[in-house]
Design a protein around this ligand. Sequence first.
Ligand code: CDV
Length: 312
Amino acid sequence: MSRHLTVAAAQMGPVQKHHTRAEVVDRLIAMLREAHRMGAELVVYPELALTTFFPRWFVDDISEADHWYERSMPNDATQPLFDEAKRLGVGFCLGYAHLEEGVDGSVHRWNVQTLVERDGSVVGTYKKTHIPGHEHHEPDRPFQHAERYYFEPSPEGFPVWRAFGGVVGMAICNDRRWPETYRVMGLQGVELVLIGYNTPIHYVPDPSQDILQGFHNALVMQAGAYQNGTWVVGVAKGGVEEGVDSLGQSMIVAPSGQIVAQALTTDDEVIVARCDLDWCAKYKGTLFDFDRYRRPEVYGRITGQRGVVAPD
Ligand code: CDV
């Protein structure tokens, strides 16, 4: 039996500060319907899809930012998306900020993606592992990237789930730049990695990288796909959001490393690809036959140390 899955990347244009959740959910539903018309069985939305990218502003009292977070999923605002997806029999993957309150009064703020099956059941929720940017206000920046203030790094690593007829994992934005992200999932047999992102074109710490944003985006996702024999779906929230220009170039990458579909705009745009999940085995069973060719006994530094230890 062939294992083909038609997957859509539902790229978003900007979400401005004044846009309501209801307005955003209407856009998500419009793209869901378009993706369904194009034959999609799974629709992937970007990181922090429900709101503007709020870490670009710093507030001294973090509770003033609580309105950017969801406390449950689904909730009143997103229920129409869950309902329409179930009615159409289409699954989806949605990025948003999650505020978790423990019974002991503890508060956790996570940057997450939730994966929902075609029958409306929640498959799993992934929490962002690599949190970029800074913890404190940096007034000299043209805009903040205070993700390290607004989000905790996940302690959970990169789980994968049996869903959509294959083995599916997730990652969020900065995660896609790290080979460990793909490898940890590759070691669990991942066949489809779903990634949402918000990537400003202007990289404040080193503007020489600005012109390379598109290149680096493709480079890391194509390498991650090929080196682990997996499909990768990368989905942007792009365009000029609150004055900050962000990368589009959402793409679907095959296990060969080839880009099979790519967004042409920086606005709301749906692209689809018919993904043969059995194609993964061609790479997992040959060049990247991990069990035969990997040398974990000499890779100790990968998990044994964080930073560089240079020779004397
Ligand atoms: N949302 C992100 O994680 N953005 C980072 C930026 C800050 C470099 C990214 O890796 O695209």
